[in-house]
Design a protein around this ligand. Structure first.
Ligand code: BGP
Length: 466
């Protein structure tokens, strides 16, 4: 049986907006999601998992189930209701209470500064397309470093690529803009520049602890060995994987990455221009990242596609409905021999192994890796308090085996956070797509350990992948 290092951190991940609920109380400012979800009329982030009130219960469960660390985020608008200016002391107090409860119980808080929830006031002014937003974000991050001195692990952003593309390419996040590559690239770049500024402030301010960024990285394979499919996979990889890793670890875009991104823009009759002064800050930060957080759920097989872009994002769990065809990037075609979730996410643990090896080879200055999200979205069945989620255990086992093999092959992976610790609200899927180790009855807010929670506990205790 494969094993994990003795000091390997086993955690559970959450995010403020998906777990806390309490979106309108104790001085929290609005975010774009509040009104967007009401307009859509399907579900809202209330009560989510009511972590705002239930956090002692969740921390107690961590302790009971040998979960070493909780990944969570600070809601920017709980601290600065307008994004800047006056501080909401109740918000500050809330996070101090959560962190001290964690620390008292021996659970490490692993904190993300931004997880998809820019305050509405700033979002409405263009979010990260507006350069002023960068200054506000940097000030917010600095406020957090000065205030929350008890924190040892900081991530600047969660998933810059999904944020930029869900906002401006697929349009499934507010402001629902589609196929606008200029906005996608500028958003990616501005957020990477903001990341660099925050890392530099952290290091130059000699703050305690470690800092990194969480990227969603999904390996890209050509659908066939036709040269055009091989090229399409490279284009998709340049946009969704290398653009961000280049920015993080090179502090600039390599000419091959930049040329492939230019090709996408050209085919879509678009262009961008980036201020080369930004690279001064980015290069300085590129050697200062203490860790890379990787969120990985799927891999993609890519086929050349030059027609008009067409998309259908499966948000209901009706299997086989997903369509992804982007002009000048490619078409993502599921491999029929591989299993998929009800939301059409391909299950391929080998992809995580390939990804880890790729980072070691292509970005050797990465230092440490944490898998900051990985897990199975599933329609869990609840029978008299018992949840037998064998498919989730299989999914986790496969991914842990890939991690263990990558560690044996010299990749420095220090820890793993299952998405999610307990069931939480999903941005575009609501409450039916469950990921947690702990089932949440959203009516009563009672938690129930799933079979996977017992499995996870044994793995954490023995560091053996059973
Ligand atoms: C990641 C996000 C999480 C979470 C997860 C599962 O992209 O960082 O916030 O939502 O994906 O995604 P979903 O809920 O869409 O299945």
């Amino acid at each position: 049986m494969r094993t994990l290092p003795k000091d390997f951190i086993m955690g559970g991940a959450t995010a403020a907006y998906q777990a806390e609920g309490a979106t309108q109380i104790d001085g929290k400012g609005p975010v774009a999601w509040d009104s967007f979800l009401i307009e859509k009329g399907r579900y809202t982030a209330e009560p989510a998992s009511d972590f705002y009130h239930q956090y002692p219960v969740d921390i107690e469960l961590c302790k009971k189930f040998n979960i070493d660390s909780i990944r969570l985020s600070i809601a920017w608008s709980r601290i600065f209701p307008d994004g800047f200016g006056e501080v909401n002391q109740l918000g500050v107090d809330f996070y101090h209470s959560v962190f001290s409860e964690c620390i008292r119980n021996g659970i490490i808080p692993f904190v993300t500064i931004h997880h998809f929830d820019t305050p509405k006031n700033l979002f409405d002014k263009g979010d990260f397309l507006n350069r002023e937003n960068i200054d506000h974000f940097v000030n917010f991050a600095k406020f957090c470093f000065d205030e929350f001195k008890e924190i040892e692990y900081w991530s600047t952003f969660n998933e810059i690529y999904p944020l930029a593309t869900n906002q401006y390419l697929t349009g499934v996040f507010p402001p629902e803009i589609k196929f606008d590559f200029e906005k996608v690239i500028m958003c990616l770049h501005n957020m990477m520049y903001a990341h660099a500024r925050v890392v530099n402030i952290f290091k130059e301010g000699n703050y305690r602890g470690k800092i990194g960024v969480v990227h969603s990285l999904e390996p890209k394979y050509p659908y066939s060995d036709k040269p055009e499919d091989i090229h399409a996979a490279k284009v998709d990889e340049a946009l969704s994987v290398r653009f961000l890793l280049d920015a993080t670890y090179l502090g600039e875009y390599s000419s091959s990455t930049w040329n492939l991104v230019q090709e996408i823009l050209y085919k879509n009759n678009m262009s961008v221009s980036i201020d080369s002064n930004d690279f001064i800050e980015m290069r300085k930060a590129s050697e200062r990242n203490d860790f890379l957080g990787i969120n990985n759920y799927v891999s993609h097989w890519v086929k050349a596609y030059e027609e008009e872009s067409t998309l259908f994002y499966n948000t209901t769990g009706e299997k086989g409905t997903q369509v992804y065809r982007i002009k000048g990037v490619g078409e993502r075609v599921p491999r029929e021999d591989l299993p998929k979730t009800d939301w059409d996410w391909i299950i391929y643990p080998e992809g995580l192994y390939d990804l880890l090896k790729f980072i070691k080879e292509e970005y050797p200055n990465y230092k440490e890796i944490y898998i900051t999200e990985n897990g199975l979205g599933f329609k869990d069945e609840f029978t008299d308090g018992i949840i037998l989620d064998e498919p989730r255990i299989d999914y986790l086992r496969g991914n842990f085996e890939s991690i263990s093999r990558a560690i044996d092959d010299g990749v420095n992976v220090k820890g793993y956070f299952i998405w999610s610790l307990m069931d939480v609200f999903s941005w575009v899927n609501g409450y039916d797509k469950r990921y947690g180790l702990f089932y949440v009855d959203f009516e009563t807010q009672k938690r129930y350990p799933k079979e996977s929670a017992y499995w996870y506990k044994l793995v954490s205790q023995t560091k053996t992948i059973i």
